[in-house]
Design a protein around this ligand. Structure first.
Ligand SMILES: Cc1cc2nc3c(=O)[nH]c(=O)nc-3n(C[C@H](O)[C@H](O)[C@H](O)COP(=O)(O)OP(=O)(O)OC[C@H]3O[C@@H](n4cnc5c(N)ncnc54)[C@H](O)[C@@H]3O)c2cc1C
Length: 383
């Protein structure tokens, strides 16, 4: 397994070497999507890592996918524009019908289709997903979708979107987590014909959007799994998502520690390298320790996931530790670079903005802490 990961990591490094800092800097400045990078990741097979071999993918597990995303971010690149294909994949793989898998997976593996969009968050419901109000009402052999979503990423660069919508009104279900269903929406047909997409400009170069559904008609066959069971499927996939994001944060953390260390060795002030001062070297060393610890928890969570063992606690803890470690390392890197840390040419400020997201999305730190308090420590539910 480790050997496979080493060679995988090597392949990722080779692909990323073709997309140096200048490439990402220019995209960041112009808020553009890394088309060429995503194409290269697809052509090398890496984005199809989780797709079974029978459908044209690599047939690898989550530990391998983690190694890929970690290396991407460690290189100075940003896996964000492409990572959703990995973490939404579980919903289709585990709960999709044979017909859906045969229809979509080979094309996703080859890059003919992109599954990069994941529509859950809504303006009113926010973190409380059970309160989402986007509805999908059955009408013959179609569902009619109405509602709004916010901050849905990569819609403009994806052909397919996994969508969570309410199929039974909340007043009519026994538990508020029931009555939600997952659909695989063909964005090429939907955009402009029941779906309006409005771009939101955010802190980092992330194509994210507001979606307005007005009588969007989707075929009944686009439902994934059983009606009403959608939240369970999405929650299932969330462990994978948290572990993969944790791996990206570990990659970010390593990027910051490596860049800060290099700078601390080379930059001379008062006639000696700044890294000779403990005030500079200790925070970098501490960041390194935090990243290594987060990496261990991430690896543990991914191994449990691949072994089909319960991993909710570990996935959440990995996400929290890794997001905190990368954010700590980001701050230390900016401090080590001094004024240059704010300068776009040094790439630290870009990665600083990118890694900040993971304190909030796809799940915020507070919600992880309440998960651990309630489900691990058995404290009373707080909401
Ligand atoms: C760049 C970007 C890309 C995104 N991409 C996607 C995407 O592709 N698909 C998608 O579905 N969503 C996406 N999101 C949305 C993201 O998942 C949400 O923003 C996030 O889950 C938080 O929800 P919210 O913004 O509604 O915050 P709110 O629910 O308004 O929460 C605000 C703050 O209050 C805290 N809070 C809320 N309730 C509690 C509580 N009970 N206890 C303690 N603290 C609490 C939260 O932790 C948070 O810090 C994206 C967001 C961003 C910024």
């Amino acid at each position: 397994m480790n050997e496979t990961h080493e060679s995988l990591r090597g392949t990722v490094r080779e692909v990323c070497a073709g997309f140096p800092d200048e490439y990402w800097r220019a995209l960041d400045e112009n808020r553009e999507y890394p088309e060429d990078f995503v194409r290269a990741m697809t052509d090398s097979g890496l984005l199809g890592a989780l797709i079974p071999e029978e459908y044209g993918g690599m047939g690898l597990g989550l530990q391998a996918a983690c190694a890929i995303l970690e290396e991407v971010n460690r290189s100075g690149a940003n896996a964000g524009p492409a990572h959703a294909q990995m973490y939404t994949m579980g919903t289709l793989l585990r709960h999709g019908s044979k017909a859906q898998k045969e229809q979509y997976l080979p094309k996703i593996a080859s890059g003919e289709l992109r599954l990069q969009a994941f529509g859950v968050t809504e303006p009113e419901a926010g973190t409380d997903t059970t309160q989402l109000t986007t509805s999908a009402v059955r009408d013959g052999d179609e569902y009619v979708v109405n509602g709004r979503k916010i901050y849905i990423s990569r819609v403009g660069h994806s052909d397919l979107m996994v969508l969570l919508a309410r199929t039974t009104p909340i007043e009519e279900v026994e538990k508020r987590s029931r009555g939600l269903s997952v659909f695989l929406v063909d964005l090429r047909e939907a955009a402009g014909d029941g779906l309006a997409v409005k771009r939101r400009r955010v802190m980092m170069n992330n194509e994210t959007n507001e979606l307005l559904f007005e009588n969007l008609r989707v075929p009944a066959s686009s439902i994934i799994g059983e009606e009403s069971e959608g939240l369970r499927y999405i929650m299932d996939g969330m462990n994978a998502e948290r572990i993969l994001i944790a791996a990206e944060c570990v990659g970010d953390g390593r990027f910051f520690v490596e860049r800060a260390t290099d700078r601390a060795r080379k930059r001379e002030v008062f006639g000696r390298p700044i890294g000779q001062n403990q005030g500079i070297q200790f925070p970098i060393a501490r960041s390194h320790v935090s990243v290594e610890a987060a990496d261990l928890m991430t690896k543990k969570a991914a191994a449990l996931f691949d072994a089909d063992e319960p991993c909710g606690a570990e996935a959440n803890m990995a996400k929290l530790l890794a997001a905190d470690a990368s954010w700590e390392a980001a701050n230390v890197a900016v401090q080590t670079f001094g004024g240059y840390g704010f300068d776009a040419e040094y790439d630290v400020e870009r990665k600083f903005r990118e890694t900040r997201l993971y304190q909030v999305a796809p799940i915020s730190t507070n919600l992880i802490l309440s998960y651990v308090a309630e489900h691990v420590l058995e404290l009373p539910r707080s909401f």
